[in-house]
Design a protein around this ligand. Structure first.
Ligand SMILES: [Zn+2]
Ligand SMILES: [Zn+2]
Length: 275
């Protein structure tokens, strides 16, 4: 059975709402999937209901922001309980920080001399099926940038300037476990691009009790994937796959890389799958 355990929706920065996600999953013959929006679970219950209706295997998911050293760690949380209120409170705090980071981007640009009216930004809204986030869409609509690539390459506001307030990965991992969920490190090849994915750079996550790695992701090159698979086998950890698809926002095709559940190590995720 083909699996994709990392999909974004309109609840965070993806372009697809619940119906569209489920239709696209079906169209690609993906049998097991999870939606994992950034720090928000608004579309989890609606997608879960649709998945049950059409008979797709589903895992509740969310991609939790955390910060340590110079790294913006994304921790995927799977299979948490539906009433995990203290975990949901942490997500709400993270979401508020994410909104604040949008405001910070705008204020940094104003400080650099961009002719932006902060009140215009505060009042601004956008159609969620465009994907992306408030600052991105605002800057596109006001003619200051052309798209996601341009935003990151030309506005030059690094994550360390706006994401430092996210909680420590140890706190996030503990909260996920307390919620009955399973914490998996997303795209190690992207997060640890500069430091390298090694036993040494992964050791802190192991110390914090991470349950697995997203070994299959387009941002893990072949050597990284092999290393992660070996590292998970050595430590008896979970192996997952995710496309990180955001609908059409960025060029990340749903269901890619194409991996079968037989090639994963789902471990304790298995008992959390909703059929
Ligand atoms: Zn991520
Ligand atoms: Zn993601």
């Amino acid at each position: 059975m083909r699996a994709d355990l990392h999909i974004h929706t309109t609840a965070s920065d993806g372009c697809w709402g619940p119906e569209r996600v489920v239709a696209e999953v079906q169209a690609r013959s993906i049998g097991l999937f999870a939606v994992t929006d950034h720090d928000v679970i608004g579309n989890v219950a609606p997608v879960e209901a649709l998945a049950r209706k059409v008979g797709l295997a589903f895992l509740r998911g969310v991609e939790v922001s955390s910060w340590l050293g110079e790294h913006y760690f994304h921790i995927l949380a799977y299979g948490f309980e539906a009433d995990a209120h203290s975990f949901f409170a942490l997500l709400r705090e993270n979401r508020a920080k994410m909104m604040e980071s949008n405001r910070e981007v705008i204020h940094k640009l104003i400080a650099r001399g961009y002719p932006i009216d902060p009140e215009d930004f505060e009042a601004y809204g956008y159609d969620r099926t465009r994907g992306g986030w408030k600052a991105l869409n605002f800057l596109i609509d006001r003619g200051f940038c052309t798209g996601v690539k341009d935003y990151f390459e030309n506005l030059k506001i690094g994550p360390s300037e706006i994401f430092r307030t996210f909680p420590h990965p140890a706190e996030v991992i503990a909260a996920i476990k307390e919620a009955g969920g399973v914490p998996v490190l997303a795209h190690p090849g992207a997060t640890l691009k500069d430091a390298g994915v090694t036993a040494e750079t992964l050791q802190p996550l192991l110390d914090f009790d991470i349950a697995g790695l997203e070994c299959y992701h387009r941002h893990n090159d072949e050597a990284t994937t092999r290393f992660c698979l070996d590292w998970c086998a050595r430590h008896d950890l979970i192996v997952t796959v995710g496309s990180d698809c955001h609908g059409g926002l960025v060029d990340r095709e749903l269901g890619f890389p194409p991996i079968d559940t037989a090639d994963l190590r789902l471990g304790e995720l298995e008992e959390r799958i909703i059929h």
